[in-house]
Write a new protein. Structure first.
Length: 206
């Protein structure tokens, strides 16, 4: 069976489980699999590049943000920003002092900068970040992970089915294969980095 769309994935899960009465819950297994992959995978297919304008102390992160890869000001020359935790960022912020940002931290769903940019100056910032996996649905039938790693989706969804079906004996089987696939994905991703491969990145506004 082909495994290139959401419908094909759901059908394959039902076939592996040999069940025809799980139509309403199989989407939940897929959603739980996606949640796990968002927590555990950081690979090139999840990379996104975007630009925004800094107009103050804070800038809202993209809604699909998972983790930072690179961040810099588009100046001449380029100004890379250094990460500091919130406590250390506060130490580098002088009361009422403004200027070109040098440091950043992440506060909830926002980037926070120090020094705080002057209100009359706008800086363009570019980030490369890891994005959340675009959820599969009836209206979104495929994504970059299903295209490249359908076996991860299948085994991850089967692993999520076992507790629901009270089939604890199957958890080690599905989980073992799922974790093996994820490790293979990570290894392949690392090898591609060292071979000089470039992530497929598109530009989006914040």
């Amino acid at each position: 069976m082909a495994l290139t769309t959401y419908e094909e994935l759901k059908s394959s899960i039902a076939d592996y489980l040999n069940r025809s009465d799980l139509t309403s819950v199989i989407p939940d297994f897929v959603t739980l699999c996606e949640a796990d992959m968002n927590r555990t995978l950081r690979i090139r297919e999840m990379s996104m590049r975007t630009r925004g304008t800094i107009k103050g102390q804070y800038l809202k992160l993209p809604p699909d943000f998972l983790g930072m890869r690179n961040i810099e000001l588009i100046t001449d020359p380029i100004t890379p920003l250094k990460y500091l935790n919130m406590q250390n960022l506060d130490l580098h912020r002088v009361s009422n002092a403004t200027g070109k940002p040098i440091y950043y931290s992440i506060m909830q769903n926002n980037l926070e900068f120090a020094p705080v940019p002057d209100s009359s100056t706008e800086y363009t910032i570019e980030i490369v970040y890891y994005r959340k996996i675009e959820p599969l649905s009836d209206s979104n039938t495929s994504n970059h992970i299903l295209d490249s790693h359908p076996d991860a989706y299948l085994m991850g969804s089967l692993m999520q089915s076992a507790p629901y079906l009270v089939q604890d004996e199957r958890i080690p089987i599905w989980s073992g294969r799922y974790e093996q696939i994820k490790e293979q994905i990570k290894t392949s991703d690392e090898n591609a980095k060292f071979s000089g491969s470039t992530p497929n990145i598109t530009f989006n506004p914040f």
